[in-house]
Design a protein around this ligand. Sequence first.
Ligand SMILES: NC(=O)c1ccc[n+]([C@@H]2O[C@H](COP(=O)([O-])OP(=O)(O)OC[C@H]3O[C@@H](n4cnc5c(N)ncnc54)[C@H](OP(=O)(O)O)[C@@H]3O)[C@@H](O)[C@H]2O)c1
Length: 256
Amino acid sequence: MTPRRGVLITGASRGIGAALAKALAAEGVDLTLVARDAGSLEQVAAACRERGAEVGILCCDTRDRDRLRGLLLERDAACPIDLVVANAGVALETGDDAAVAEASYGEVEVNLLGSLNTILPLVPAMRGRGRGQLAVVSSLAAFAPLPDSPGYSASKAALAVYGLALRDRLAPSGIRVNVICPGYIDTDMGSRYRGWRPFLMSADKAAARIVRGLERNRAVIAFPQPLALVAQLSTLVPEPVRRLGLSGFRFTIDRH
Ligand SMILES: NC(=O)c1ccc[n+]([C@@H]2O[C@H](COP(=O)([O-])OP(=O)(O)OC[C@H]3O[C@@H](n4cnc5c(N)ncnc54)[C@H](OP(=O)(O)O)[C@@H]3O)[C@@H](O)[C@H]2O)c1
């Protein structure tokens, strides 16, 4: 008999997380969907059940470290989790210095700390089993210091570096760690973005790229490729060239 596969995704109530849940839903898969909006999670769960998966829902704010840890350990004991995708994230309203400062704290809390709250509690159990996969959803913004959203760039850069460090740390225990860096994706988050969005991609297409990258155990799953190349190069060129290049990517983010 083929063993069952446990998959947990945060931020699964819409956007990339919901698309990923549907892409991974299949017979033999035990899915756990995490977010705050129970109604939206139920709708995604129903679509995943239609594809043959067993689905459980955890309504939780990923910033609530103790509560999330308890729920994760309880779920893992009932139904061992093989793959975790820490996808929940926010890009908060931009504007003057005060708005940017406020957004920065919120982005670090959800994008960085919420992601650590999601993956770290499961490391001991995965070590014990000698296998597992932990993926964090960063962004191409991790490579580009965006003056309109320093908190978003910084939270995603820190998450990416944390993920790569953890990848090397956990490799000897059979645990794989992957850093996912999407470009512009057509989701709710994207719809509040006012600015140029080259190579805009649907959430379904992004989910397919992520699934392929996870199967191949890529350290960094960055897409679409032309934009990934530009973002990565921006860290290597002299400052005036970087500023000029990034001047085409100025933006604002509307209030939620
Ligand atoms: N869209 C893009 O262009 C783009 C590009 C690069 C990277 N990303 C990253 O991809 C990930 C998904 O983005 P998306 O575009 O799909 O965004 P989205 O449509 O706004 O969805 C965000 C998801 O995160 C959940 N979430 C937000 N804060 C949460 C919290 N504190 N606790 C639990 N869940 C929370 C939301 O659910 P609830 O509101 O129900 O809690 C929702 O399911 C994010 O990490 C984002 O930074 C997006």
